[in-house]
Design a protein around this ligand. Structure first.
Ligand code: BG6
Length: 476
């Protein structure tokens, strides 16, 4: 039993290229899928579920085009994060910054140079970069020309990109994540797989086939990393949060089992090396039949991931009772119900720290591989007071309770590599494109319409998290 955290525990923060970098066409970068989405006030929800519309329509404001201008501001930002004492910084490499069209012959040297500088800056402060290879930003050209991840050709384009970045950064990056929240593809196919559905497409058929291609790509990327890098570790990543049954009615309990299997389906392949026993039932129920190439089973078996990364925002809830089913809550794109025992944020996301301990126990029992919490945090608006300060006690309380729950899970015997707070610097929300849904310890002066100076301000939580890290999680 371990009560104290390992001295090498990776405390830190996480961001993603498309939500922070901006500079969306600078230095040769191509358009990513996220670059054609407006913010929620201009119709993001409609556009992300119907990207055909987003391809043709001109919106008033595209938040990813400037993000928080991390592309130009990264030095100041990394310095601030270093001052907070973080040990690890998760970001993603923007695939269309390296291969602007996805199918280019040669990589874009200027894009690579940016990440040279960024990782060098991290290393200067002894910050461990944790790098996601694909975080919702498939090059738009691959969506338009090939149909996104529904097309198996994407596997080769992705591996070409992986080879370039593995070779280039093998010395500076140890922790890699093949796909951000791989299970997201069956909830928002455009985010997860760059898929632009046509009117007569069968959503489930297309997204599970695309998921299969990503699973193959992830396993082959794991192989590639091992061929290229001596120390590299590959992680899969789940948008986690266990489903609870709404009641003790066995039908509710079974519904929760099925919902959980629908999530673990992906990680079972990546961590256990093959499709799980319930695959046939799960796919039949969805009316899906996936094409699997002869070599795929061997690929899965041979190239399993080293660790399980997870994002956790809340537990989820399911019932078979039609009346109860009407009472939905925000499950970060995943269906969930209002849990009467939990408080919710103004954005409708429920707060359940114990759920983190439950989720971690489930994942560790199932896979017995180290876990890595690479996203957790509270997205709410903050107020700058007349002294220019932000007193975000609510965020401190959220993070504190989740750290306690994580420590509980570690005391349960779970191996956990680290804890990264999502959007450690305020950034553009993936779900709504807003800036006002803030997660950061560092405030960014920018509003939902793109106004503001982009000035960074340390919030009260900045100083609190600094102490947490200094005391290795003892002082909460
Ligand atoms: C995760 C994503 O699903 O949740 C992030 O990996 C995202 O990209 C985060 O930002 C929080 O969701 P949102 O919609 O509040 O930005």
């Amino acid at each position: 039993m371990m009560n104290r955290l390992d001295k090498d525990f990776l405390w830190g923060g996480a961001m993603a290229a498309n939500q922070c970098e901006g500079a969306h066409l600078e230095d040769g970068k191509g358009l990513s899928c996220m670059d054609i989405l407006p913010s929620v006030q201009y119709g993001r929800k409609e556009a992300m579920y119907n990207p055909q519309l987003a391809l043709t329509k001109k919106y008033g404001y595209y938040p990813s085009h400037e993000g928080i201008d991390f592309y130009h501001n990264y030095k100041e930002d990394i310095k601030l994060l270093a001052e907070m004492g973080i040990k690890a910084f998760r970001t993603s490499i923007s695939w269309p910054r390296i291969f602007p069209n996805g199918d280019d012959k040669e990589p874009n040297e200027l894009g690579l140079k940016f990440y040279d500088r960024l990782f060098e800056e991290c290393r200067k402060y002894n910050i461990e970069p944790v790098v996601t290879l694909s975080h919702f930003d498939t090059p738009l050209n691959l969506s338009k020309k090939y149909g996104g991840w529904y097309n198996r050709k994407l596997v080769d384009f992705y591996l070409k990109y992986c080879k370039v970045v593995f070779k280039r950064y093998a010395e500076v990056v140890k922790y890699w994540i093949s796909f951000n929240e791989i299970n997201m593809i069956t909830h928002i196919p455009f985010f997860g797989g760059g898929i632009i559905l046509k009117d007569d497409d069968d959503v489930m058929q297309v997204s599970y086939q695309a998921a299969h291609h990503q699973l193959v790509a992830s396993a082959l990327a794991t192989k590639l990393l091992r061929d290229i890098s001596k120390n590299g570790k590959m992680g899969c990543m789940l948008a986690a949060g266990s489903y609870y049954p709404y009641s003790c009615n066995p039908k509710d309990v079974w519904a929760a089992v099925e919902k959980n299997q629908d999530m673990y389906f992906f990680i079972d392949v990546q961590a256990r090396g093959g499709y799980p026993s319930y695959t046939k039932r799960l796919l039949k129920k969805k009316g899906v039949c996936i094409k699997i190439a002869a070599e795929d089973e061997v690929i899965f078996k041979k190239h399993k991931v080293d660790y399980i990364a997870l994002s956790y925002y809340s537990s989820r809830l399911i019932s078979v009772n039609k009346k109860v089913l009407k009472n939905i809550a925000d499950g970060n794109a995943v269906t969930t119900l209002r849990n009467p025992y939990l408080e919710a944020t103004p954005w409708g996301r429920q707060i359940d720290p114990i759920g983190l301990r439950i989720t971690m126990n489930e994942l560790y029992d199932r896979y017995q591989k180290p876990l890595f919490i690479v996203e957790n945090g509270l997205g709410v608006s903050d107020k700058v007071d007349e002294n220019g300060e932000i007193h975000d006690d609510y965020r401190i309380s959220y993070v504190k309770e989740h750290i306690k729950a994580m420590k509980g899970a570690i005391a349960d015997g779970i191996e956990c590599l680290g804890y990264l707070v999502w959007g450690c610097i305020d950034l553009v929300s993936a779900g709504t494109g807003e800036m006002e849904k803030r997660y950061g310890f560092i405030y960014v002066d920018r509003d939902n319409e793109g106004n503001g100076t982009l000035k960074r301000i340390k919030k009260k939580s900045f100083w609190w998290y600094k102490k947490v890290i200094e005391s290795n999680g003892e002082e909460l």
